[in-house]
Design a protein around this ligand. Structure first.
Ligand SMILES: Cc1ncc(C[n+]2csc(CCOP(=O)(O)OP(=O)(O)O)c2C)c(N)n1
Ligand SMILES: [Mg+2]
Length: 296
């Protein structure tokens, strides 16, 4: 029988209010399995504040602080300083924020936390839009995607700009550890979280987090969508430690991006020429990553 490598302990309780098929909920579940109960999590305004609460209830089996959307980086620096001042041993400080609260509104606080070398983990769960407020585009929304503020029709063809390279921005701060994770690959996810837990200094996760209502696909398809994203190269799995890149899932030739895009209503307006352009970009980005791995 295969040996289970994922801890059995559940720190995300039943009864939370995530939508069916919510990958951000699964991401929190896996994150806390990797970090364990001695974790304090700081969450800004995002879907996750709604998933966890309403006050006075909580679905989390760890201590949680609700912070303003722009402040996750500052909040986890403060939590770390407080834990150290109080002499609380062996506690992991985790910031768990959306893409809007990280790539856009909280970018300055994230940069400050990384630059101060705060001993904490910052995790960005990336559902590629401001979902909690009704699917508005964020800096992390990919090129061509429909959102309510990048509509499809005369004069608009979905988002006109490419996705912001958040890993690139984070890596320019030389964190101790940074990795991409995807709930569709739970062993890889938890293994990286356990590795990060045992390090000291600023650490970062970019979490792929499909959203059925925002991406317009049936709620039983989240795991499949996540698998396709990684296997076509749209969301490669890798880690960077001490400047060394390591791709953690290679799996042979990349699958065509069409299989990923055509499964989601938010891309249904894209034609062959659009998808050819996307394919060329994804292939170029993948080749760059492979080069970085071999050069470092
Ligand atoms: C300064 C500020 N601006 C706007 C809001 C409203 N707001 C609350 S949640 C949210 C969406 C956040 O998007 P993201 O960080 O991607 O998380 P998601 O909702 O997608 O989980 C916004 C805009 C706010 N709370 N504070
Ligand atoms: Mg979001």
């Amino acid at each position: 029988m295969a040996k289970l490598t994922i801890p059995a302990q559940e720190l995300l309780r039943s009864g939370h209010s995530a939508c069916p098929g919510c990958a951000p909920a699964l991401a929190m579940r896996l994150m806390l399995k990797g970090l364990g109960p001695r974790t304090i999590v700081s969450i800004p305004a995002c879907c996750w504040t709604v998933i966890d609460t309403p006050y006075p209830t909580t679905a989390l089996g760890v201590a949680m602080l609700d912070n303003p959307i722009e402040s996750t980086g500052a909040s986890i620096s403060g939590l770390r300083a407080a834990a150290d001042a109080l002499g609380i041993p062996d506690v992991t400080i985790l910031g768990f924020a959306g893409d809007g609260g990280t790539a856009d509104i909280g970018l300055q606080a994230l940069s400050g936390m990384l630059e101060r070398r705060t001993n904490a983990i910052y995790a960005m769960y990336d559902n590629e839009a401001y979902m909690n407020t009704g699917v508005q585009r964020s800096g992390a929304t990919p090129l061509g995607a429909w959102t309510t503020t990048t509509p499809v029709g005369e004069g608009s063809h979905g988002k006109a700009e490419p996705k912001k390279d958040v890993m690139g921005i984070v890596l320019a701060h030389h964190p101790v550890y940074a990795a991409t994770v995807n709930p569709s690959f739970p062993e890889d996810f938890v293994k990286k979280v356990e590795k990060a837990r045992d390090l000291s200094g600023p650490r970062f996760f970019h979490i792929f987090a499909p959203c059925p209502p925002g991406w317009r696909y049936p709620s039983d398809q989240s795991i499949e969508i996540g698998k396709r994203a990684t296997d076509c190269g749209v969301f490669p799995l890798y880690e960077v430690m001490d400047g060394h890149y390591h791709i953690t899932r290679k799996g042979g030739a990349l699958k065509p991006v069409r299989e990923y895009f055509q499964a989601q209503g938010r891309f249904s307006h894209l034609g062959d020429a659009d998808l050819d352009r996307v394919q060329a970009q994804v292939t170029a980005d993948w080749n760059r990553l492979v080069r970085l791995e071999s050069e470092t």
